[in-house]
Design a protein around this ligand. Structure first.
Ligand SMILES: [Zn+2]
Ligand SMILES: [Zn+2]
Length: 181
């Protein structure tokens, strides 16, 4: 494990949130879609299933997306801004079956606030370890998704949306076409 478990989960969730929007698509268009997102990424605590909550989460998305393009100073500005606005106060807690981990806002804080703070705390870890380069873009030419490279040797190239398979299939077809010509 490169980073603490909660850091890795938060980074994966942040990338997944960013990837719910792309050119001509939005997978977070209603409250039901947010419910699915919350359960896939195991966000516990307050969850209201309201349009207001959905709007707040959607408003967080472009701010997190920016992190994948920003230099370290700008990431720091975004992270500090998110922590300040949320009145973050890190506390070690244990709940459900999880070991001690950090929460920096109460579990009854709004969902978007908890998402923002978890992402910000995880990004703070990346910055402190000089590992911001692990925030990358999918290598597939037709894909605009972001990814977090948590591999030991920084070898991850494709996002989770099947781009690795697609790239392998195109490479195979290209090789076959070349050998038949
Ligand atoms: Zn927790
Ligand atoms: Zn991709």
């Amino acid at each position: 494990m490169l980073f603490a478990h909660d850091t890795e989960c938060a980074l994966v969730a942040a990338a997944a949130l960013v990837n719910t929007a792309g050119p001509g698509r939005d997978e977070l268009s209603d409250v039901g879609a947010l419910d699915d997102f919350v359960s896939v990424h195991g966000f516990s605590g307050r969850h209201e299933h309201t349009d207001v909550e959905l709007r707040q989460v959607r408003a967080l998305r472009p701010r997190l997306h920016r992190v994948w393009y920003a230099d370290a100073d700008e990431v720091v500005e975004i992270v500090n801004g998110l922590l300040r606005e949320s009145h973050a106060l890190p506390q070690l807690i244990r709940h459900d079956d999880e070991p001690y981990h950090l929460h920096a806002v109460p579990r009854d804080a709004p969902l978007a606030t908890r998402m923002a703070v978890e992402a910000a705390m995880a990004l703070a870890d990346l910055i402190r370890m000089g590992e911001l380069r692990r925030l990358r873009h999918c290598d597939h030419p037709d894909c605009a998704n972001v990814l977090v490279d948590l591999s030991k040797n920084r070898s991850r190239r494709f996002c989770d949306a099947g781009c690795g398979n697609r790239a392998a299939v195109s490479a195979y077809r290209a090789r076959r076409a070349a050998s038949h010509s």
